[in-house]
Design a protein around this ligand. Structure first.
Ligand code: UTP
Length: 320
């Protein structure tokens, strides 16, 4: 006889069994955002009222990663201070009884156990990841680029951790991009698996010349890496742009058949790119319960009053 099955609540992602540490590279020069990034790391540019890198650390914490290593370079003080206590400010706010702002000041330091390592010279993303070797040890770990923001409503990292728990090896995040934009990304050659959003990565190429990308899949700034990547990075010579490229090391791992990709079709923003940064601020401001209604009202009127314009190249940007 048939049995009634009670409806189940939607499954919340189980915390990864093996991955506990996140590495956040934030030592790049940020030349695309000069002069704002002359004396401030681009990861500290505000997105509404929090620096971009705080969203990234919040994402790591939400996925259960409670140990976060920042790889910092010049101007590291701003990042260190943001994730530390601010005694004078806290005292002043406490004296006023301003608990909301006091919490906002204290939150960054409470998100995770935060560590810092210095990259020295910005020799490339691969080199930044290699700087994390001593801290990470012989465990798989996540890498979240400090200027690459996944919308806080998405659960990409949890999905990647779950895929890593099942397949071992490394997992990269992939997004379909317009082929005209492929030369801006690392691009992946892929094979299907039995799952719609999971592919096997058979090859990777950093910023392919126009028309040569192996697929429409571009690597975006989330990775779950096996510790074997460190040995590969040690042996990886400078590649494109004279930088030690993480993509080149991942290409070696992919050739060994140990890399999977999670295909992401949600909202992702490159806050190191000026036009994308502006889109990020607008989108996240509209989604904020406190600011959204008033800001959206203003935005509608502002847009309605704009003269009709022809689209520029930036308007074809896929990811935002
Ligand atoms: P980007 O590719 O955006 O490079 O780095 P960039 O040099 O910072 O920026 P532009 O192109 O000059 O504007 C992606 C991520 O890797 C970090 C950056 O801080 C960013 O979070 N990164 C890059 C490092 O930590 N070290 C490096 O040597 C290079």
């Amino acid at each position: 006889m048939g049995r009634m099955i009670a409806p189940q609540p939607p499954a919340t992602p189980a915390p990864s069994r093996t991955v506990r540490k996140a590495v956040v590279p934030a030592a790049g020069l940020g030349t695309r955002f000069l002069p704002a990034t002359k004396a401030t790391p681009k990861e500290m540019l505000p997105v509404v009222d929090k620096p971009a890198i705080q969203y990234v650390v919040e994402e790591a914490a939400a996925a259960g990663l409670d140990d976060v290593l920042m790889v910092t370079g010049r101007h590291k003080r701003a990042i260190e201070d943001h994730f530390d206590h601010a005694f004078e400010l806290e005292q002043a706010l406490a004296a006023k009884g301003d608990t909301a702002r006091l919490d906002a000041v204290r939150d960054p330091a409470r998100l995770a156990d935060i560590h810092h390592v210095r990259q020295g010279d910005p020799l490339g993303l691969g080199h930044a990841v290699l700087c994390a070797r001593n801290h990470v040890g012989n465990q798989p770990f996540a890498v979240l680029l400090g200027d690459d923001l996944i919308d806080p409503r998405e659960t990409l990292l949890s999905r990647m951790l779950e895929v890593r728990d099942r397949h071992a090896g490394s997992v990269v995040a992939l997004m379909e991009v317009d082929p005209a934009q492929s030369h801006l990304y690392g691009c992946a050659a892929v094979e299907a698996t039995g799952e719609d959003d999971v592919v096997r990565v058979t090859g990777l190429v950093e910023k392919p010349a126009p028309g040569t990308a192996p697929s429409r899949y571009a690597v975006i700034g989330r990775y779950v890496l096996e510790p074997a990547v460190f040995d590969v990075l040690e042996r990886t010579p400078p590649g494109r742009g004279g930088e030690i490229q993480l993509t080149d090391a991942l290409q070696r791992l992919a050739a060994g058949g140990t890399v999977h990709g999670v295909v992401f079709s949600g909202l992702r923003y490159d806050t190191g790119d000026k036009a994308d940064y502006l889109r990020t601020v607008v989108r996240l401001a509209c989604a904020r319960p406190d600011l959204g209604p008033g800001f959206t009202h203003w935005l509608r009127e502002f847009v309605a009053g704009l003269p009709a314009a022809t689209a520029g190249p930036e308007d074809h940007h896929r990811a935002a």
